[in-house]
Every structure is written in structure tokens, then in C-alpha cells.
Write a protein that binds this ligand. Structure first.
Ligand code: WTA
Length: 631
């Protein structure tokens, strides 16, 4: 693999990757351990849709994430684990120890009848064992389906049944800040409705009292004690399923995105090394939960394939205080820090002394993912965390893409706040207008599609290929539709403006709600905001803003006017919010995404049926928002 180390280099390699994608990816793929080399790099047809990478290749991803590192770095830390409780010792798991633990889990699963292709549901806290569980499945060719351990039992039932899981790996409980969540009780409730699950293996974390259901439930430590640490890797076809991961759709039912072995491995490794310019010996910290794609690709597979040291944090950024992230960076001398804009905005709210208390000088590179980052938060992050010396890589990608797609390359790409900047090698974006025509040139705005496959793209929706086609390949036939809007500036930099379903049209003007939010957030009193459209007699749609302030608001009308002025200044009078409701918090999912569906209903004045709110982090904010709704 060629490391990119200048912008000219990027341009050359990008050009090469477009001219001859097969030669480009074949060259990258040479750096991995294959049991059998591929016959053909790529076969594809977006109209079907069908995509296959490294056709005929055989491999096991865990041999690449573990075994191949053993000769040189058996004793290097693979996973550095930081407990929820700052007083509990952190744990260093070497590549050797990772190998043994993963082998044991693989053998434990086999002992319980799990075979290649069987689906295993993982519903666990952020403990090292969740990594062993995921990699243990991959070791024996079982398909893991990780469900974020904050989902309710109903969500768990849907996911288990959709993919027909045979076995569940869970824990007695999870620690999250000062809370203890009884995971096993949630699993017990779920399993009443999951006929395919025959076995449940329970890791002991919180030592909560519970009873095991005879012949179904087993203790992890008992079962692990019965098996050997050596587990031969199952030889997988490059296109065999590696995992299923559910993501929410615009309609109710979650979509089980299917990722396969070969392409996913090559792409997550390549993007990890390229975007973060990872150097041997560095400590990398991605703060996501392993229950999301970010955790899959950049806590585990990407960094481990690269032989990195990856930090895994069990807790939350605000406990025991708002300095927890910064404390952990100092403690573990973290070099690369990758987090979500929502976390940045909430930490920005705390007194700056929580940051200043810690030595952050180990940091070299910062990253963000998951949503557009507003300029104000970008600058705060740059200045206070990066001390104006760390590049910020604003990485745009999706559960469906498997890995980062549009992102600066650290120290190479010229940064532009709130811009994901340029496509990575192999990524071919096309911006479409409303009539389904590709827009040429720069200085444009439209819908973001991808017109050529990349190795880590999802291959289907589990059990529903038609839905895969309808959702991603029908809006713009022959292209993958991301569902996002974007701008491409004069220099070819992309700015993701938010989901297209979050675009509102005010007096005939297209406006990204994210763009208005970013402007509102520029007001010094504003912590964060969410904007939705509502029906407006004259303009078609009006702008309704839900605004969270740092301090309680005394003179609402005064602040409303100021905010309108800021927006007017930054975007133009057309974007001025018609209604501004001050709220103490926004309805967010546990992954930090704002549930706009709820806000839209409130803005429309229809609060009779807000739909399912069980996946919200704090359902009580919804009541407050309903009470304060502006007519
Ligand atoms: C949004 C997370 C702007 C986008 C990896 C995308 C972003 C959705 C960015 C996917 C970014 C992600 N800038 N928007 N850097 N990264 N998004 O599946 O709308 O949880 O379609 O994957 O998040 O979210 P998902």
C-alpha cells in the first residue's frame, strides 16, 4: 500500500484509483494475508444491484487482525481498556492475549453448536469481552449482529428475529456513568419472543443477582474454562457474510445492512491508515460504541488490521465529570482522537477548566464523524483540544458504506471548517439535481450519490434485497443514493448539508436544516439547536428552531431577535427562523442523532402521536418540548 504524503500524491493516487480501480484496489489488497488469491478484483452492476470484490479470494479477517501481527508484536498492546469507573485499573490486552481470548470464544461458540453462517447476536457493554465476542464470531465464520446495549428489549426482539439469531452473547449488566443497567433482564424479556435463540451466554460484569434459565443460559466464565485457546480460523470466501448491522430507515423497520469479509477488511484498514496517517506505536481512540458501525470499523477491524493500539472506553464523557475524555487522553497519552460533534458540543458547554486541567500534548490528530459539525464547534475543538496544531479530519460515511468516504487526509488535505473536503481514493461522488441529472463543475449543491462501487459497501439488506434496491439504487438509477445533500465548493471540497429529508424549501429556496443550525450555533449564548420545517401559508415552509442555551434565558424575545440577526447575517434573511422555542435538551437517540421526526410533529402542531420514542436517550425532554410548543 502506498502512503499518501502530499496533496500532489493524493491527486496522483486519486486519479489512478479512478482510471483503473481494479489495479488500484488489487495493489492495496496485496498487503493482506489471503488463503487463496482472488481471480477477479471486481464484478458489479448497480442496476441489479450486485457488487462483488476480490471474487474467488479466500481469507479470514481475524488472521489479518491478529495472527499476522504475532511474530513482530505479540507483546504490543492491541486493546487498551478504560473502565467506566476511573478508579478501576485499566487493562492492556496484548496481541498474544487477544489471540487466545478470541480463540476461546470461537471454541466456546462451536461447543454450543454455532457453525459458519449462523447468526449470533451480541448485546454487551463496552468491555474487552465484546471485542473477543465479535472477533470470535469472525474466527469461526459466524455472522455477528451487534445490537447497541442501550436499545430496549423490543428493538432487540426485532433485530434478533429479523436475522434469525441462534445464540445471544450478553452480560449481567452494564455500567454507564453512575447508572447500572441490567442487560440480562432486558434479554430475558426479549427472548420470550425469539424462538430461534437456543442459547444465551452471560458475561459477568456488574455482579447483579440473576437466575440462569436451565439449559438455555450459561455463564461465560464457566463455558470459557472448558475450551482451548487455539482455534483454527475458518476459511471464508471474500464475499461470505462477515456481519449484519442494523440502521434505522425512513420507515419503521430497521435495515440489517450486510457486510462481507474481503472488501470490508481491505477498505477499513486502508482508510484507517490513510485518513489518520497512523504511525507504528501510536495510541488511537475512537469514542464510539462498538454497537455502531464506527465502533466496528474504527475501534476494532481497521485499527487491529493495521496492528495499532486501540483504546476502548466503557464509560460516558460526562462522568464522574465533564473532564473524563480529557483525563483519559492524558492518562493514556492518546495520539489520535476520533469523536462525534454531539459530544464536542456538550463538552463545550462545561467550564474550560475541565479541559485546561489536563495535558493534551500527546494529541496529533483529531477526527469527527456522524453528523455535520458546525463551524463554532469545529473551532472550539481545534483551539481547545487540538491547541491549533492538530488537523481535524471531518469524516463523512455511513453504516452502508462500511468505512470513511469523504474526508481530509491528516496533514495532507487543506482543511476547511465544517467540510468533509475531498473523496478518498476509489470514491466517486456524483452530485445530482432534482431532475436526476449529474451536476458538473464546482460551486454546486444537490444530492450526493456514488457512481462506482468501493470495497466496503454493504451488499444487501438481510433478507430483503428488493428493499436494498428500492432504498439506495432507485432514486437515481445506476447510482448509489446516500440520502444526503451536499455542496461542492469552488475548490471541489464537499460539505455535507444533512439528510435530504431534512432539507426544507422556504419561499422556493432549498435550505439544509444543518446549515441553519450551524448559523444559530454561532450565537454565543447558544449551545446547540435543531431546525425543522413547518407548513407556512406564504412561504410554503417556515423555519422552526429548537434552541438549547448555555444559561437560562431571561429575555426570550430579545434573544430571539439576536439569533434571527445572526442567521440573517450568516445565511441571509430568508433563513431567519420564524419560530424559536427554547428547550433544555433535544430528543436524541443514544447514538447522538436528533430525532427530527418528533420535532417535525411538534412544529406542525400535531403532538397526538409521536411514534416510537423508546430509543431516545431521555424521553422526558419530549414532554417539555410538547408543553412549550409555539402555536
Ligand atoms: C451523517 C455513521 C456530515 C450523514 C458513520 C450520513 C455526516 C449519516 C458525517 C450516516 C459527517 C456521518 N458530516 N454528516 N462527517 N458523518 N454523517 O449510518 O447524514 O450512523 O448519511 O454512520 O450520518 O450515519 P450512520
Amino acid at each position: 500500500m502506498k502512503i499518501i504524503n502530499s496533496i500532489q500524491d493524493y491527486r496522483n493516487q486519486y486519479g489512478a484509483s479512478i482510471m483503473d480501480p481494479e489495479a488500484f484496489w488489487s495493489d492495496v489488497a496485496e498487503d493482506f494475508v489471503w488463503r487463496r488469491k482472488w481471480d477477479k478484483v471486481l464484478e458489479w452492476d448497480f442496476r441489479k444491484p450486485e457488487v462483488k470484490w476480490f471474487v474467488g479470494g479466500k481469507l479470514n479477517i481475524t488472521e489479518n487482525c491478529i495472527d499476522r501481527h504475532l511474530p513482530a508484536r505479540a507483546n504490543q498492546t492491541a486493546i487498551l481498556w478504560e473502565s467506566n469507573n476511573p478508579n478501576e485499573a485499566s487493562i492492556k490486552i496484548t496481541y498474544q492475549s487477544l489471540s487466545e481470548n478470541v480463540g476461546r470464544v470461537g471454541n466456546m461458540l462451536k461447543a454450543h453448536g454455532v457453525k459458519k453462517g449462523d447468526r449470533v447476536c451480541i448485546y454487551m457493554p463496552m468491555v474487552p469481552e465484546v471485542a473477543y465476542a465479535i472477533l470470535g464470531c469472525a474466527r469461526i465464520g459466524a455472522v455477528h449482529s451487534v445490537v447497541f446495549a442501550g436499545f430496549s428489549s423490543g428493538s432487540l426482539v426485532d433485530r434478533i428475529n429479523d436475522s434469525g439469531c441462534k445464540l445471544v452473547l450478553t452480560a449481567d449488566g452494564a455500567f454507564r456513568g453512575d447508572k447500572k443497567i441490567d442487560l440480562k433482564a432486558i434479554v430475558d424479556e426479549a427472548l420470550l419472543k425469539c424462538p430461534t435463540v437456543k442459547t444465551c451466554i452471560v458475561f459477568q460484569r456488574t455482579k447483579s443477582s440473576l437466575t440462569l434459565k436451565p439449559s438455555r443460559d450459561f455463564w461465560w466464565h464457566d463455558e470459557l474454562g472448558k475450551v482451548d485457546a487455539v482455534c483454527p480460523a475458518e476459511v471464508m470466501d471474500a464475499e461470505d457474510m462477515l456481519f449484519i448491522l442494523y440502521t434505522s430507515g425512513s420507515t419503521g423497520k430497521p435495515k440489517g445492512m450486510v457486510h462481507t469479509c474481503g472488501g470490508y477488511m481491505v477498505y477499513t484498514d486502508y482508510t484507517f491508515k490513510t485518513v489518520f496517517q497512523y504511525n507504528e506505536g501510536q495510541v488511537f481512540w475512537c469514542t464510539a460504541d462498538v454497537g455502531w458501525i464506527t465502533g466496528h470499523s474504527y475501534i476494532l477491524y481497521g485499527p487491529l488490521s493495521a496492528g495499532a493500539t486501540t483504546l476502548m472506553f466503557e464509560g460516558i464523557p460526562s462522568w464522574p465529570d465533564m473532564g473524563r475524555f480529557w483525563h483519559a487522553i492524558e492518562k493514556h497519552k492518546v495520539n489520535i482522537f476520533y469523536t462525534a460533534p454531539t459530544a464536542i458540543r456538550s463538552l463545550e458547554k462545561a467550564p474550560i477548566s475541565f479541559v485546561e486541567k489536563y495535558d493534551l500534548s500527546s494529541l496529533k490528530i483529531l477526527g469527527t464523524v456522524g453528523e455535520p459539525i458546525n463551524e463554532e464547534a469545529w473551532h472550539w475543538y481545534d483551539h481547545n483540544i487540538g491547541k491549533n496544531k492538530c488537523p481535524i479530519v471531518d469524516t463523512w460515511w455511513q453504516t452502508e458504506t462500511g468505512g470513511m468516504m469523504i474526508s481530509p487526509i491528516a496533514h495532507v488535505t487543506k482543511l476547511k471548517p465544517a467540510h468533509a473536503t475531498l473523496p478518498l481514493p476509489g470514491v466517486q461522488p456524483a452530485v445530482m439535481d432534482e431532475n436526476g441529472k449529474e451536476m458538473e463543475g464546482n460551486g454546486i449543491e444537490g444530492r450526493l450519490t456514488l457512481k462506482f462501487p468501493w470495497p466496503a459497501m454493504a451488499r444487501t439488506i438481510y433478507g430483503d434485497h428488493q428493499r436494498f434496491k428500492d432504498t439506495y439504487f432507485s432514486t437515481f438509477p445506476g447510482k448509489y443514493f446516500t440520502g444526503d445533500g451536499c455542496k461542492r465548493d469552488e475548490d471541489g471540497n464537499y460539505r455535507i448539508t444533512g439528510r435530504v429529508d431534512d432539507i426544507i424549501i422556504v419561499s422556493g429556496h432549498n435550505m439544509g436544516t444543518a446549515e441553519i443550525e450551524s448559523a444559530i450555533d454561532e450565537h454565543s449564548a447558544v449551545c446547540e439547536s435543531a431546525v425543522v420545517g413547518f407548513p407556512h401559508d406564504i412561504k410554503g415552509q417556515g423555519v422552526y428552531a429548537f434552541v438549547v442555551t448555555y444559561d437560562p434565558v431571561h429575555e426570550e424575545s430579545h434573544l430571539r431577535n439576536e439569533i434571527r440577526e445572526v442567521v440573517s447575517k450568516i445565511i441571509g434573511p430568508i433563513a431567519k427562523p420564524d419560530k424559536i422555542q427554547f428547550v433544555s435538551g433535544l430528543p436524541k437517540t443514544r447514538s447522538g442523532k436528533i430525532m427530527r421526526r418528533i420535532l417535525r410533529k411538534v412544529a406542525e402542531g400535531d403532538t397526538s402521536n409521536l411514534g416510537d420514542t423508546t430509543t431516545l436517550l431521555d424521553p422526558s425532554v419530549v414532554e417539555e418540548i410538547k408543553r412549550g410548543a409555539l402555536g
